[in-house]
Design a protein around this ligand. Structure first.
Ligand SMILES: Cc1ncc(COP(=O)(O)O)c(C=O)c1O
Length: 370
């Protein structure tokens, strides 16, 4: 039986048509009609008027901090429970991350702890809020907290494309927002990202920085340090085909999530990531918690049993405040995300997962003994 992956790419079928067009037209460069169209289509989908296609979500977060002018001596508050790419750009610009624990209700950044961090640390100039596993943060709360101190809210929407917050599309909530089209995301360009913002000046500046910060001159003239972060026209072609099936992909992942909840409803000691009432997650990854006392097994025994059946699963993100590389960074709270990391597991959630494979995942999980 073929290996069951956590979240493999799921092609739409039209990628080759778009790619052929890109190649036939000789737009084989980090610019071109598919890049422009991909940006316009994502802007339309999110309702955010300015979009910049980039080589990764990490690049999008990096440029967000650069256009905000954040650097040495500044601090940036960041969710602790996330992938390292949410926090690493803070170090790229020479600033210091201040990690903030998750709320037990949503697993996203805790607004009260954030309020405390902002009150105590005047050096914090921006907040990176992360939409975890496809579930948006509570942005009304976060905007209120950020407004008290006048700090900028950056939305890490790498995992939440296609989710909603109060009926609006994910990515429309931050002062700036970053998407990822990595191979494991809801839709993919193999690798890629997008930075969006209602602020056209920030995006225009990021656009210039993303192509080596070239000044308008016939020769290469530079007044600031730039990057080579633009998305290839070939990859944007793939992205347009993928974007065309986004809502189907969200529906498929939500259905897989519902089915896991149904099939494991009676399993003792197993619970799922809470669903926030303010929006619909895209269910990028279905995550569960294992209570060893009630389940008669633990997270790691389940992971190993699945692996023995050639089924990929993964512990929840190891919180950033527990990462050796960030041992010097200040942290507010930390126990909630530490507990989630200890007990949490991400299950195979790809939109092409078959009912049979999903049943095999559940049967293996239920048969696990510590
Ligand atoms: C929360 C989060 N932020 C940032 C990233 C970085 O995106 P990329 O891999 O496109 O650089 C990812 C995923 O990879 C992510 O899950």
């Amino acid at each position: 039986m073929p290996r069951v992956y956590l979240s493999p790419p799921h092609l739409a079928g039209r990628e080759l048509d778009y790619l052929r067009d890109a190649i036939d037209s000789n737009w084989v460069a980090p610019l071109g009609p598919h890049v422009d169209a991909f940006e316009a289509e994502l802007a339309e989908l999110t309702g955010v008027p300015n979009a910049l296609a980039l080589s990764s979500g990490t690049a999008a977060l990096h440029l967000a901090l650069v256009v905000l002018g954040i650097g040495r001596g500044d601090e940036v508050a960041c969710a602790s429970l996330t992938f390292s790419a949410s926090a690493n750009p803070i170090r790229f610009v020479g600033a210091m991350p201040v990690f903030v624990d998750a709320s037990a209700d949503t697993w996203t950044i805790d607004p009260e702890l954030l309020r405390r961090a902002l009150a105590e640390r005047p050096q914090i100039r921006a907040v990176i809020a992360v939409d975890l596993y496809g579930q948006c943060c509570d942005y009304d709360e976060l905007h209120a907290v950020c407004a008290e101190r006048g700090v900028t809210l950056v939305q890490d929407a790498a995992e939440s494309l296609g989710a909603t917050y109060l009926g609006g599309p994910a990515g429309a909530q931050g002062d700036l927002a970053a998407f990822s089209f990595n191979g494991n995301k809801l839709i993919t360009t193999s690798g890629g990202g997008m930075l969006v913002s209602p602020n056209g000046e920030w995006i225009a500046h990021a656009r210039k920085l993303s192509t080596q910060a070239r000044e308008p001159a016939p020769h290469y003239e530079h007044t600031e340090i730039g990057f080579n972060y633009r998305l290839s026209n070939l990859l944007a072609a793939v992205g347009r085909a993928q974007l065309g099936v986004l809502s189907e992909r969200v529906q498929a992942r939500r259905r897989i999530n519902r089915r896991y909840r149904e099939l494991l409803a009676d399993a003792p000691g197993i619970s799922f990531m809470p669903e926030a009432g303010y929006g619909e997650g895209n269910c990028w990854l279905t995550c569960l918690l294992v209570d060893p006392a009630a389940a008669g097994t633990d997270r790691e025994s389940i992971r190993l049993a699945l692996e023995a059946e050639d089924i990929e699963s993964r512990p929840l993100w190891k919180p950033m405040h527990m990462q050796p590389v960030y041992r010097d960074a200040p942290v507010y709270g930390g126990e909630v995300s530490a507990g989630l990391f200890e007990r949490g597991l991400c299950l195979p959630s790809g939109s092409a997962l078959t009912d049979d494979d999903q049943r095999r995942v559940v049967e293996t999980l239920l048969a696990t003994r510590a």
